[in-house]
Design a protein around this ligand. Sequence first.
Ligand code: ZN
Length: 359
Amino acid sequence: MYQIKISEGLDGVEVMDLVMDLPDKYRKQYDDFFSAYELINIQPNELEKVRLKKPSERQCRFCKKAYPEVRFNKNAHVIPELLGRSNLYSDFECDSCNMRFGVYESEFSAFIGAARSLAQVKAKEGIPKYKSADKKLMIHSSDDGSGTRRLTVESEDFEARIVFDEDEKKVTLKTDRPSYVPLMVYKALAKILLTLLDEESFASYGRLNEAIADVNEEKGLLKGNPFAMAFIYVNPGKPFPIAQAFVAQKKDKKAVIPSHSMVLYFQNYIYQMFPACCSDDFWMYDGKAQIGLLNAPPLVDKSFVQRFGEPEAFRVMLGAAQRVKNEKSEIVLRYDSIIKVMEGDTGGQKSTGSDPSAV
Ligand SMILES: [Zn+2]
């Protein structure tokens, strides 16, 4: 069993018991990460009972403007609504900043690609449909009226796009991501981190905040920044029930590692990022120090890994400001059984599943 200590965040909770038997493979990684970092913020699953300030008393953390110079009419989400998390709000994000962050969130959504449709994440616009660039692969979700949701994957080019492995009981979907700008994906993740920090820690990210405000990267503050990357785990098997993010803060101020890291659990994906441009870390940006980027272990139980397999690890560079087009992305679904059905004149086949396990 692993015990996770939280210094703040959950009301009245200081220690959370995470009942899991971590696979041996991740024990060293766990020890390395949690001896260097402590968790300072993790969100509760239930609607947070935070008293939000009245709009007329609010000031925006990001642009520093207050009501009535800026408005606070929109619900500002702590974790983007596109990840299906619509019950956590902040009271320090004005409508104009919210609009700008929306641009980054759309890019993040494109980066996630078909996985959001496969996971049947309910967002503001309902469950997103997916259509490949050549329109030959489509994924959509429907309700049969009795409350059972059915996921439909259709393709004109079935054999090339959907590959069954009956021995392993898996289906590989060959999808392409909608086009996206890597740096904007990084900014979407960085914004989640900046929202989760308290005012004092936020104050050391003035420069990152400035970089995020620069939508078109005119100042080039993040250009070539080695922190503009993400560690990604794709976890096979059942998705995490709710999108969760946690912030880790380094214990020893002199350690040559970034002051913070943010880890986001979403469906079958774990994204970890490190914030760039922290004023507390400027001393280590001298070009000589070897800054360690510690990968947080995937918090999965051994029994889970035995049943579904190990999470796959990726490292994705997100420093480029140029749009990436037609990037291929394979998604693996695991299934229990297959029933072949003929439908109408098209002879369409259907597969259902909800365990995407690849980027
Ligand atoms: Zn603002």
